[in-house]
Ligand binder design. Structure first.
Ligand SMILES: *[C@@H]1O[C@H](CO)[C@@H](O)[C@H](O)[C@H]1NC(C)=O
Ligand SMILES: *[C@@H]1O[C@H](CO)[C@@H](O)[C@H](O)[C@H]1NC(C)=O
Ligand SMILES: *[C@@H]1O[C@H](CO)[C@@H](O)[C@H](O)[C@H]1NC(C)=O
Ligand SMILES: *[C@@H]1O[C@H](CO)[C@@H](O)[C@H](O)[C@H]1NC(C)=O
Ligand SMILES: *[C@@H]1O[C@H](CO)[C@@H](O)[C@H](O)[C@H]1NC(C)=O
Length: 408
């Protein structure tokens, strides 16, 4: 853990106090205080623009608007090999692909600086960062990978650490980033009625998916002892009737290996899964690990859902009025799950040691930023995001929160 001192990035640097707490007694912290405040890391470029209108602690990064002057400058392009084909809107010639990543999120009362990939590599040496969640977390992982790859010196080793779907180590910095694929966080698999009968069989269930609310998916269960920084998400699969059809293939929740009776609706199951998974992470994460939970990524299907010919053909961000019309829960529109999922997340995360990475509201404006018909599927993709694109801004926010977490 000796490398933790590298976590301060702002020139107005204070002390990386938090991760050391578990390791040191108070007397030595006072010694460290005097030491670190007078030392600055040589890798920091002090001439980088710093613009904080207000102390960051008081800033609501979710409240703001998208602007183009000054623009956000994409730090990578379509040549980044890790970009999944369907998300590579530049290669697919989506008409606004060049323009959409240049919108910059401007919070109302402060600024969200664009993160500097080379600084990040230099200040986060000997660190492992795990993204744990569905394909939207992979989209964010790829964004971070491409930005770092374009700035890094030296070789990048491709491997699959700790059960990851994919991962990379930037060898010159010993910085590892990995993506752990899991749809529900909890383990699940198909279930069918047993001849011997049982509680679910008695209630008439024949087919479905067994979801073990208290068992983490094997893709990430062991990742906790590996990563220093974790970013979780879940959401889309809980509102996916095409997979978990409430009648033909319902989610059937199990706890301690036994079916939960009476059966839960998916929202109740989500609450139970979140409760157990959050506890599991709090108990098993490395001492001093920084844990983020990302809020729901909005979809922008208009004129029907994905399988009903819905599309997203806008070429600029929505207005605030359009956002409310599309996402307000009381309108019960096609993408209503966006804010509903967040209610479950906020309830479950209250009082936990997780930092909430709230990307929802800023992303709700960006109906222009999905692959749409350039995704190369039979239907429009109004769920994932073009890369480069808005998950670059999610990473700006992640890194801003990460760095301020180490300065409090
Ligand atoms: C530091 O950042 C400034 C402003 O972005 C840039 O002009 C300068 O070249 C950088 N210096 C180094 C040594 O990277
Ligand atoms: C931050 O801003 C968002 C979007 O305007 C709002 O929904 C939320 O309540 C605000 N949070 C706080 C703590 O004020
Ligand atoms: C995109 O446009 C370029 C240049 O016009 C062309 O070579 C390429 O085949 C196009 N790609 C697709 C997927 O249509
Ligand atoms: C590389 O970083 C990991 C933490 O991610 C650390 O456990 C390991 O000791 C580091 N390796 C070297 C050679 O410093
Ligand atoms: C919301 O809309 C869906 C689909 O259009 C419908 O099945 C559901 O009953 C509606 N829910 C409410 C609370 O109105």
């Amino acid at each position: 853990m000796a490398t933790r001192e590298a976590y301060s990035q702002s020139p107005k640097k204070k002390v990386p106090l938090f991760p050391l707490l578990s390791l040191l007694c108070f007397t030595s912290i006072f010694l460290l205080l005097s030491q670190f405040t007078t030392t600055s890391s040589p890798s920091i470029n002090h001439s980088l623009p710093t613009f904080h209108k207000h102390p960051r602690a008081s800033c609501n990064f979710s409240h703001g608007t998208w602007i183009t002057h000054p623009p956000r400058i994409p730090t990578y392009d379509h040549t980044c090999k890790e970009i999944f084909k369907g998300w590579n809107c530049l290669s697919a010639n989506k008409s606004n692909a060049r323009h959409l990543p240049t919108w910059r999120w401007q919070p109302r009362h402060c600024d969200l600086p664009q993160f500097h990939p080379l600084d990040f590599l230099r200040t986060h040496t000997h660190t492992a960062i795990g993204f744990v969640g569905d394909s939207l977390n992979r989209n964010m992982f790829v964004s971070l990978f491409c930005a770092l790859k374009s700035a890094s010196e030296g070789q990048v080793k491709k491997w699959r650490p700790a059960g990851a779907d994919r991962g990379f180590t930037f060898l010159a910095y010993n910085l590892t980033i990995a993506y752990h694929r899991t749809n529900l966080l909890a383990r699940y698999g198909s279930w069918s009625a047993s001849d011997k009968g049982g509680a679910l069989e008695t209630l008439g269930f024949r087919e479905g998916f067994r979801v073990d609310v208290d068992v983490p998916d094997s893709t990430w269960a062991k990742a906790l002892s590996f990563h220093d920084i974790l970013i979780f998400n879940t959401g889309h699969w809980w509102w996916a009737p095409s997979k978990f059809d409430p009648v033909k293939s319902p989610m059937l929740f199990f706890k301690n290996g036994q079916p939960v009776i009476p059966p839960l609706r998916s929202g109740q199951g989500l609450d139970m899964v979140l409760e157990h998974m959050i506890k599991y992470v709090e108990k098993n994460a490395r001492p001093g690990a920084v844990k983020f939970f990302r809020t729901q990524s909005p979809r922008h299907f208009e004129g029907g859902d994905w399988d009903q010919g819905g599309s997203c053909q806008r070429d600029r961000p929505l207005s605030i009025e359009q956002v409310e019309e599309l996402f307000s829960v009381k309108n019960n529109g096609t993408n209503v799950e966006t804010r509903l999922v967040n209610k479950h997340l906020y309830k479950a995360l209250e009082g936990s040691g997780f930092i909430i990475l709230d990307v929802t509201h800023m992303s709700e404006f960006r109906a222009d930023a999905h692959p749409s018909s350039a995704g190369g599927k039979k239907h429009d993709d109004c769920m994932h995001w073009c890369l480069p694109g808005i998950t670059d801004t999610w990473n700006d926010l992640f890194i801003e929160l990460l760095n301020s977490n180490y300065q409090e």
